[in-house]
Write a protein of this length. Structure first.
Length: 145
């Protein structure tokens, strides 16, 4: 993973405060596990109310978790007073989202002034290790002011 230098020395506080305002993540019961320059991890504990008809975690929730991790990875490298919005992403669902706990890991691939490209994955945590559930390539747009 590439090492990035944050443009804001207080990036972690800004990311955590913004995440705390995320009502969707609050509803899902997701939490920030790790914040580093250009990288974020979000933890999620399986809940029945977020399943699809086969009992797996719904693809919409999978998408929301990975997209959010990508957004905060991008935000960690922006200047103070800047926010980010998703402008495009591609998600590949690689296996059924079965498990009790999940982690979304995202990292910045390229940080630009206006657009930042991120890659993110969702893993199901198992007794014998991790199993990848989904992978995403996302583009985030910086918004100043």
């Amino acid at each position: 993973m590439k090492d990035f230098a944050p443009r804001d020395p207080d990036f972690e506080r800004r990311v955590r405060e913004s995440f705390a305002r995320q009502r969707a993540m609050e509803t899902f019961g997701a939490g920030l596990l790790r914040v580093a320059p250009g990288a974020v991890e979000i933890g999620f504990e399986f809940r029945e109310e977020f399943t699809q008809q086969h009992g797996y975690l719904h693809a919409g929730v999978v998408t929301a978790l990975v997209d959010t991790a990508c957004g905060y990875a991008a935000l960690s490298l922006t200047e103070p007073g800047t926010e980010v919005l998703s402008v495009e992403f591609k998600l590949n669902l690689l296996s059924p989202a079965a498990g009790r706990n999940f982690v979304a890991r995202a990292r910045v691939v390229r940080a630009g002034r206006n657009l930042t490209v991120c890659a993110g994955d969702l893993y199901a945590l198992k007794d014998d290790g991790e199993k990848i559930v989904a992978t995403m390539l996302a583009t985030m747009m910086s918004m100043r002011g």
